[in-house]
Ligand binder design. Structure first.
Ligand code: GRF
Length: 196
């Protein structure tokens, strides 16, 4: 019996986190769909190579967020997706998706939230000359990086760190942490499903 939770990963760019979620070898979930809002994103090639279907769309071709999110929901339902991991998806999630997947959407952010929400968190941390930054996994709500925190890991910033070196250290942590958190949450969802 296949009782893995089917998950979708949303990405807009390189998709290195998408890759680590796919490659992790964790057994409680299976990535069945990549949702991507940028047709040139490298994440799409990664999905192809991994044999995972993608739904790629261009937000500008829709009258508003509600309309494209309804289409996303259709694709998610077709694939029986029970859980969503945002991984470098550069958009706020709207009420259509939030209502449909309440408590089942998480995000990874490259700072110790609530410090440095929004874009370029690594650049923001360097500009403030913080000595410690890190990675946060959190639930999604209607705000910008504001939902309840699930896991965090700190990273020391050294004087010689550049945006590239710090980004590299952050990715290293992310690629380990994010699949672990997804695994744990999917195990919990699995148990709840059995109880019902
Ligand atoms: C990651 O650093 C993640 O924390 C942030 O966007 C970046 C995405 O990187 N939300 P990638 O596309 O997974 O390589």
């Amino acid at each position: 019996m296949n009782n893995k939770i089917k998950i979708a990963v949303f990405a807009s760019g390189s998709g290195s986190n998408f890759q680590s979620i796919v490659d992790s070898g964790h057994s409680a979930y299976e990535v069945v769909l990549l949702v991507c809002d940028r047709p040139q994103a490298k994440a799409i090639d990664r999905a192809k190579k991994a044999g995972i279907d993608s739904f790629v769309f261009q937000p500008k071709q829709y009258p508003n967020k509600q309309v494209f999110e309804r289409e996303i929901v259709q694709h998610l339902k077709e694939k029986q997706v029970g859980f969503i991991a945002l991984a470098g998806y550069m958009r706020l999630i709207g009420p259509t998706l939030l209502t449909e997947y309440e408590g089942k959407i998480i995000n990874i952010h490259p700072s110790l939230l609530p410090a440095f929400p929004g874009k370029d968190a690594v650049g923001q941390a360097l500009a403030k000359q913080v000595k410690v930054t890190g990675v946060t996994v959190h639930f999604i709500d209607e705000g910008m990086d504001t939902g309840p925190i699930i896991a965090q890991e700190p990273i020391y910033v050294h004087n010689k760190d550049t945006k590239e070196t710090l980004q590299q250290k952050i990715h290293q942590i992310e690629h380990q942490l994010y699949p672990e958190v997804i695994q744990d949450l999917c195990l919990t969802i699995g148990k709840e499903t059995i109880k019902k």
